[in-house]
Design a protein around this ligand. Structure first.
Ligand SMILES: [Cu+2]
Length: 511
């Protein structure tokens, strides 16, 4: 997973996200704690899907704060940090280190972090999650969706931050004179396997609370539409362009209607040569310059997807205009009964006419989760490196709010990692779900915006998260009897289909 954890654009996004979302005194961004949990859960879901594809087990959550940490971590030799006016390496961590107390000294002040303090923090948190109260948590949680930001915020600023301090300084308990490890912050934290074990530990606490909420009843929320499994039609863009070169100008609506709608609306296109039942990926190579470090050069490999379009057929079953929101997710088939492993691919809103049999076209690279415009070639990837420059330039001049607004447009999941890699040969089996919800009040934007409004929130500091439903909906609550099939069975506004992801690598040159 080296290529995955060390992808520079992915790491840049993670740091970028934290900068955009950073709390300002007592003015946190709308639902910031909930977004913290959700974004990191999506990171984990994607990491674990790719681990599966290379034959690895799921991430093992750190079990407690006494067991030695088996993972060793040696940071990339070209990676450095600014530390006391110098560029120095991050501290490495040999295998089997154990948590211990640290004394941290910054600007003449010192702070002590203890292992027993971390354990007490965890116990207090669990008591709260289980419905109790204590000194640290005097107001009981209400076990309603709207408490997600409260719990998420508490988890982030206490247990999460303290754990990072202890882990980042595990090699040097007395931090004077010793730089921390990558786990000190968001710039390079993803690179260490322990980042993932720590975040799974935290996510499990949030999941424990979500399980108390019980399963959702989606019948209450279903708009009067029908989507069938065969209505999820996927085509590769390069295949489409061969038969319909006009599509280049984004004129896909006519094409979609003529091809999959009208008298063809009930036709099953599964075996049509212009549609695919597979997603394809490949590994590409590029030169990378460590500009924020010491400008060393390196050839790195990165994942890339074959561009695709969705054509989603949906029937408006009633005599009124409907505003609906499409929510698209994928999950490795073997993880499908785990609510935390569903990966969000996109979310968007459409209007459909009374009794319309509509064909909705959506390009993968318009996805609301990714940074836009999608970065597809080397020069576009390198643009992401303007981030440190903007950061330096603006830090002194602007408030954090203004900074986050400037940075918003560059924030989002990297398009090149929109899919897990899959496997060669027959590929890896996934489920793809299209869930349609009533879009009247959810605030999902109609038009494409620059950054990821899904992961990075609204454009302005004061903006509400552009979805009134809990983040991750409909996967924010446990499944009925632990089964995704039972949970979504019989809902006419939901369709789930099989899709295989095949890592094509060098035997495919079209994309
Ligand atoms: Cu983070």
């Amino acid at each position: 997973m080296f290529w995955w954890r060390n992808d520079p654009v992915l790491n840049e996004f993670h740091e970028h996200w934290h900068t955009v979302m950073e709390k300002v005194d007592d003015d946190p961004r709308d639902r910031g704690g909930e977004n913290f949990i959700y974004t990191h859960r999506q990171f984990l879901a994607r990491y674990e899907a790719d681990r599966l594809c290379v034959g690895m087990e799921k991430v093992v959550a750190l079990p407690d704060y006494v067991t030695p940490i088996s993972d060793a971590f040696y940071p990339h030799p070209y990676l450095v940090q600014d530390w006391r006016g110098e560029k120095v390496h991050f501290t490495a961590r040999p295998a089997n280190q154990t948590f211990h107390d640290i004394v941290k000294i910054t600007d003449g002040e010192f702070k002590i972090y203890t292992v027993s303090g971390l354990e007490e923090g965890r116990k207090s948190l669990l008591e709260w999650v289980d419905g109790g109260t204590n000194d640290l948590h005097p107001i009981p949680l209400k076990f309603v969706d709207s408490d997600a930001p409260v719990l998420g915020h508490d988890l982030e600023v206490n247990l999460h931050n303290d754990g990072h301090e202890l882990l980042a300084n595990i090699m040097h308990p007395y931090t004077v004179g010793y730089p921390p490890s990558v786990l000190v912050g968001a710039r390079a934290g993803l690179r260490d396997p322990v980042f993932w074990r720590w975040h799974r530990h935290l996510d499990n606490i949030f999941l424990r609370w979500q399980n108390y909420l019980g399963p959702s009843d989606f019948h209450h929320d279903a708009p009067n539409v029908t989507i069938r499994t065969t209505d999820i039609i996927i085509s590769f863009t390069d295949v489409l362009l061969k038969i319909y070169p006009d599509g280049q100008n984004d004129e896909w609506n006519e094409f979609g209607k003529n091809t999959f709608g009208g008298s063809n609306f009930d036709v099953n296109f599964t075996n049509s040569p212009i549609v695919t039942n597979e997603f394809h990926t490949k590994m590409k190579y590029r030169k990378y310059v460590w500009r924020e470090d010491k400008s060393d050069e390196e050839n790195i490999s990165y994942l890339f997807p074959r561009d695709w379009h969705y054509f989603l057929r949906v029937t408006n079953d009633v005599d009124v205009i409907l505003i609906i929101t499409f929510r698209i997710f994928i999950v490795p088939e073997v993880f499908a009964d785990s609510q935390v492993h569903w990966i969000e691919l996109d979310k968007f809103k459409k209007i459909i006419q009374p009794f319309e049999k509509a064909v909705i076209v959506r390009e993968a690279d318009k996805s609301i989760i990714i940074r836009k415009p999608a970065q597809k070639n080397e020069s576009q990837f390198d643009e992401s490196q303007i981030f440190p420059e903007i950061k330096k330039e603006m830090q002194d001049k602007l408030t954090k709010q203004a900074l986050s607004e400037k940075l918003f447009c560059h924030c989002g999941w990297p398009y090149h990692m929109i899919l897990p890699r899959g496997t060669k040969g027959k590929g890896t089996k996934f489920k793809l779900m299209v869930f349609i919800s009533d879009g009247t009040n959810d605030m999902v934007p109609f038009h494409d915006q620059c950054g990821s409004t899904e992961l990075c929130g609204g454009e302005k500091w004061s903006d509400k998260i552009p979805d009134s439903r809990p983040l991750g909906y409909p996967f924010n609550r446990p499944f009925k009897n632990g089964s995704y099939e039972k949970t979504f069975k019989g809902l006419h506004n939901v369709a789930i289909r099989d899709i295989t992801i095949i890592w094509k690598d060098d035997d495919f040159s079209e994309f």
